[in-house]
Design a protein around this ligand. Structure first.
Ligand SMILES: *[C@@H]1O[C@H](CO)[C@@H](O)[C@H](O)[C@H]1NC(C)=O
Ligand SMILES: *[C@@H]1O[C@H](CO)[C@@H](O)[C@H](O)[C@H]1NC(C)=O
Length: 544
C-alpha cells in the first residue's frame, strides 16, 4: 500500500460505520424460499457458481427426496436403513431457487469442510462408514460428489477445518481425537499430530470441546478456541505460541454448550499492522448439558467475549446481548456487521436438549461504542434449533435452513419437528428505501482473477448522491456452516484511494487486494462495494 492509500485507509477507518442504529429498532425481513428441500440443512456451503451444497446424514432414515437416477444406497452398517433410495445431500441453486438431489453414499453426519483454492468443496469425515472419508464436490450444473473412503488417518466427527495459505486444509479434533492432520496429504506430512490443548479443554463426561472455533490469524498462526479458552498455534512447527486467558466467567462455549464465534473484519492489508479481533457469543453455562439430560433446561448465556488476538496483553472484553442464545450462528455481513441468528434460549445442543427458540436475530455493530452495538431484528416464525444453519449469499441475503434435534426425521409428536423449510433473512440494507444509495458493480466482471497486493480498479453505479467518504470495498470468503460455526469465514476491508466520478451516477475507486495468503488464503471471495452501510450485490473474485 502506498503512503497515500494507507492514510486514506486510516481516515476511512475512522469515519466508517458511524451510523448508530436506533436502540432496539427492529429490522430485516424474512422470506420462505422452499417449503420442502427434502433433507435437513445440517451442513451448508455456498460455492462460486452461486449454488449451495447442503447435506444431513445418511443414517437418518428415509428423507423426502430420492437419489438421482433411481440409485439406492445399500449399507449393512447403517443404523437406520440398510437400503435407502432417498438422498441426503442436495444442491440449491440460488438464481433459479431450485434444488436437485446429489449422491453421497458414506455418512457425512457432523462433518466439516472448506473450499479449495480452485473452488471445489473438500469435505471431511462424518460417522460410521464415513468417518475417514474425504469427499470432493466440484461446482458445475450437473456435478456430483466424489468420495475417497480412507482419505483421513483418524476418524473425524465434530472436527473443524481451516484452509491454509498453501491451499491445504488442517482438520482439527473431532470426538475423541486430540490431534490434527492435513489434507491433501504429502509424503512428508501424512500423519496425525497430537494437540494437548484438546485434552486439556476436554471434560470426558460431556466432551465439551467439539467443533473448536478456528481462525487463521494475520500472522499465519491459528487461533483455536475450545471450551472457555484459546491458544495461538503454529502448525508449521507444531507448537503453541501463546495461551490466551480464560473467559472471565469460565463458562464453556463449545459443543454441547454451543456458542459461536467470528474473526471480526480485518481492516489491514499488511499482516499484523492492524490487529485481528475475535468475537465469541452465547453458549450455555457450565452444567447445562447434564441438567438438560435430567430434563432441566438452564438459561443460555447472554454474553459475548471480544479479544484482540494480536495484542501483546490480550484481554476478553465482555458485552451483554439483548437476548440469551445457545446454538446461534454468527454471519459476517458485507458491511462488516455481524448477524447473530438461530438457536434457543435454554438447554444445550444435542438430541432433544434445546428449548425456547430465539426467533429474533440480532445485528452486532463492531465499531459502535460498547452499549450501542446490538440491534434486535424482526423474528422468523420457524424455530431453528440443533442442526440448523446460516450462510451469506452473494446478493446479501442470508440463507437459513435446518433444525432437527431428533435422531431420525420426526415430523409429529415432538418438540421442534424436523424442519425441511428453507428461508432467507433479508438484512435491513436490502430494504427498497436504500435503493438510491445501493452501489451496483460495473467492473471488474464476476470471477475475475486477482493477485496479492495488487491494485484493482472497481467501477460502480449509485443512482442517488454519493458520500465519497463512506464507500468501502469488502471481500468475504464463503464459509462451511454446521453446528453453529462457519469455518473459514473471514471479511477483509480493502484499502482504497479516492472515489472518482466518471459520469452520471458512475464512479471508480482503486483498491489494493490483500497482501498475503495469511490475510486471505487463496480461493474465491465475494467482493462488495458498500456505500453508507448498503452493500452492492457481490461479484466473485479469485485471489491467487
Ligand atoms: C415427500 O413428502 C410428500 C408430502 O408428504 C410426499 O407426497 C412425497 O411422496 C414425499 N417424497 C419422497 C420422495 O419421499
Ligand atoms: C422418531 O422417529 C423414529 C422412527 O421413525 C422413532 O423410533 C422415534 O421414537 C421418534 N422419536 C421421537 C422423539 O419421537
Amino acid at each position: 500500500m502506498t503512503p497515500n492509500l494507507i492514510l486514506i485507509f486510516f481516515l476511512l477507518h475512522l469515519s466508517l460505520f458511524k451510523f448508530v442504529p436506533q436502540a432496539a429498532a427492529a429490522g430485516g425481513q424474512w422470506a420462505l424460499l422452499q417449503p420442502n428441500i427434502g433433507i435437513v440443512a445440517m451442513h451448508m456451503q455456498l460455492l462460486s457458481n452461486d449454488r449451495v451444497v447442503i447435506f444431513d446424514r445418511t443414517d437418518f432414515g428415509l428423507s423426502n427426496i430420492s437419489l438421482p437416477n433411481g440409485q439406492c444406497r445399500i449399507d449393512k452398517t447403517d443404523t437406520a436403513l440398510k437400503t435407502d433410495c432417498s438422498a441426503h445431500s442436495i444442491e440449491y441453486d440460488v438464481a433459479s431457487n431450485s434444488i436437485r438431489p446429489l449422491t453421497v453414499l458414506t455418512d457425512v453426519w457432523c462433518s466439516s469442510g472448506a473450499v479449495l483454492p480452485d473452488g471445489r468443496l473438500l469435505q471431511t469425515g462424518g460417522f460410521n462408514d464415513g468417518d475417514h472419508a474425504v469427499r470432493i464436490y466440484r461446482p458445475c450444473s450437473d456435478c456430483d460428489w466424489d468420495e475417497i473412503k480412507s482419505g483421513l488417518t483418524q476418524r473425524r466427527w465434530y472436527a473443524t477445518n481451516q484452509i491454509l495459505p498453501d491451499g491445504r486444509q488442517i482438520i482439527i479434533g473431532g470426538r475423541r481425537q486430540f490431534n490434527y492432520e492435513f489434507y491433501p496429504k504429502t509424503n512428508s506430512d501424512s500423519k496425525a499430530y497430537n494437540l494437548r490443548f484438546l485434552v486439556e479443554t476436554n471434560d470426558p463426561k460431556i466432551e465439551n470441546n467439539l467443533y473448536p472455533l478456528v481462525f487463521l490469524n494475520v500472522d499465519g498462526n491459528l487461533f483455536i478456541f475450545a471450551n472457555n479458552r484459546a491458544i495461538l498455534f503454529d502448525y508449521t512447527k507444531d507448537v503453541v505460541v501463546r495461551n490466551y486467558p480464560k473467559l472471565p466467567d469460565q463458562n464453556p462455549r463449545s459443543y454441547p454448550s454451543t456458542g459461536s464465534g467470528v474473526l471480526l473484519p480485518l481492516k489491514s492489508l499488511q499482516g499484523g499492522e492492524i490487529g485481528a479481533e475475535v468475537l465469541v457469543c452465547g453458549g450455555a453455562p457450565k452444567g447445562s448439558h447434564v441438567s438438560a439430560m435430567n430434563g432441566k433446561f438452564v438459561g443460555a448465556l447472554n454474553t459475548c467475549g471480544r479479544i484482540k488476538i494480536t495484542d501483546p496483553e490480550p484481554v476478553w472484553v465482555m458485552e451483554t446481548m439483548p437476548l440469551a442464545r445457545v446454538m446461534g450462528d454468527m454471519v459476517l455481513l458485507p458491511n462488516g456487521n455481524v448477524l447473530i441468528i438461530n438457536g434457543g434460549a435454554t438447554g444445550t445442543a444435542g438430541w432433544e436438549f434445546g428449548r425456547d427458540p430465539v426467533l429474533k436475530p440480532v445485528v452486532y455493530w463492531p465499531d459502535n461504542s460498547i452499549g450501542s452495538r446490538f440491534e434486535i431484528q424482526n423474528p422468523s416464525t420457524i424455530p431453528r434449533m440443533y442442526h440448523s444453519t446460516a450462510v451469506l449469499l452473494r446478493d446479501g441475503r442470508v440463507l437459513i435452513g435446518g433444525s432437527n434435534p431428533h435422531t431420525y426425521y420426526n415430523f409429529t409428536g415432538v418438540f421442534f419437528p424436523t424442519e425441511l423449510r428453507l428461508e432467507a433473512f433479508l438484512p435491513s440494507y436490502l430494504n427498497s428505501e436504500s435503493n438510491n444509495l445501493r452501489p451496483k458493480v460495473i467492473s471488474p466482471a464476476s470471477s475475475v482473477k486477482i493477485k496479492y497486493g495488487q491494485r484493482l480498479v472497481v467501477r460502480f453505479m449509485v443512482t442517488g448522491s454519493v458520500n465519497r467518504n463512506l464507500v468501502t470495498v469488502t471481500m468475504i470468503a464463503p464459509s462451511f456452516n454446521t453446528h453453529s460455526f462457519s469455518m473459514n469465514q473471514r471479511l477483509l476491508v480493502l484499502g482504497r484511494g479516492n472515489v472518482i466520478t466518471l459520469g452520471k451516477s458512475t464512479y471508480e475507486v482503486e483498491v489494493v487486494t490483500p497482501g498475503s495468503g495469511n490475510l486471505a488464503p487463496s480461493g474465491y471471495y465475494m467482493l462488495f462495494v458498500v456505500h453508507q452501510e448498503i452493500p452492492s450485490e457481490g461479484i466473485w473474485v479469485q485471489i491467487q
